[in-house]
Design a protein around this ligand. Structure first.
Ligand SMILES: [Zn+2]
Ligand SMILES: [Zn+2]
Length: 329
């Protein structure tokens, strides 16, 4: 049996060994990697978007307007606070093919990327991923089911990309699939089962902060990441995302998550009236085990393919850890 640790889990493993216990206390920075303003097709100013995230307990926000690098220096002077809240630069590269949308976020890119207009689906997405890398950014494949554009087999062929949106807060992106089409989470399992490691991101894709509760518009506060970075800087957060040092959430917070060669241990920060199902998921999306208690421990057998954890809360909120790839030999 060979266990291949993602760097993320190595870090946690080291932390766990140092602490000589399963509970790992680290600083998790809360952030959103997908946001629009009036600089592209959003309805709120960059100032109002930054203010909303600062006022709601976030530590960082990537502004990712379409084909635009919305400046963040002035915003950081107005709303930033070292170590507590920062606004980072980004772009959503907005491509299409055969009238279907193919969008790739470029987190922290140094220049605006012109969509490459590749002529096959895989090439279309790949060229934009490559451009994001060339511009020093971290690519994120966005909302595969928006316009029912991307399929799991195509995502599995992509290279040089580590982030896939498995939850997007926009009301028209079909996260859950349906009508014979896979949910984005099922697609994630297909990609992982093919042996390709890719990390699952939850984001808002916010377009307005001034119309709370309107189910027809993309509002803030739906999906986010908790990033284990050494400091709150754009570089440190980008690197932590790229190596999978984060978990994704729509409302469940974790108290700890630790992995060693024998077991995966997870604990949830419990809300008073909430109940939780903690699911350990492996190859083919198969549920390996389920616990109703926190902390929950899964003993690694070695034939799982990969192990990821999904926590489901009794009001429908969730958290997703990143997969631990396991290859048996
Ligand atoms: Zn998009
Ligand atoms: Zn978007």
């Amino acid at each position: 049996m060979k266990i291949v640790f993602a760097p993320a889990t190595v870090l946690l493993l080291v932390a766990a060994l140092c602490a000589q216990q399963a509970t790992v206390i680290t600083k998790w920075y809360k952030g959103n990697t997908h946001a629009h303003t009036i600089k592209s097709d959003g309805a709120s100013t960059p100032e109002n978007v930054a203010k909303w995230y600062r006022d709601h307990g976030y530590n960082f926000l990537f502004i990712t307007d379409h084909e635009m690098l919305t400046p963040v220096d002035e915003l950081n002077k107005l709303f930033g606070k070292p170590g507590e809240f920062s606004i980072f630069i980004g772009q959503e590269v907005t491509d299409y093919l055969n009238k279907k949308p193919y969008h790739v976020n470029g987190l922290g890119v140094s220049s605006i990327i012109k969509p490459n207009r590749g002529t096959t689906i895989v090439q279309n997405v790949q060229l934009n991923i490559d451009s994001v890398r060339k511009a020093g950014g971290v690519p994120q494949v966005n909302h595969p089911n928006f316009g029912w554009a991307l399929e799991a087999e195509q995502i599995a062929q992509l290279k040089n990309v580590n982030l896939l949106e498995i939850f997007n807060g926009h009301p028209l992106v079909n996260n859950l699939g349906g009508g014979g089409s896979m949910s984005v989470e099922q697609m994630w399992d297909v990609v992982l089962s093919s042996g390709k490691l890719i990390f699952g991101i939850a984001s808002d894709d916010v377009h307005t902060v001034e119309d709370p509760g309107n189910p027809k518009v993309p509002t803030p506060g739906h999906g986010w990441v908790m990033v284990n970075a050494p400091e709150l800087s754009q570089r440190a957060v980008m690197d932590a995302l790229d190596r999978g040092d984060f978990y994704s959430s729509t409302g469940v917070e974790l108290e700890s998550y630790a992995v060693d060669k024998n077991a995966v241990v997870i604990a949830v920060k419990k809300e008073r009236w909430s109940k939780y199902n903690i699911r350990f998921i492996g190859r083919g999306g198969k549920m390996l085990a389920e616990s109703f208690e926190s902390p929950a421990t899964y003993k690694i057998k070695g034939n799982e393919g990969y192990i990821r954890v999904k926590v489901i809360e009794s009001n429908g909120k969730a958290a997703w850890t990143q997969p631990l790839m396991i290859s048996s030999k």
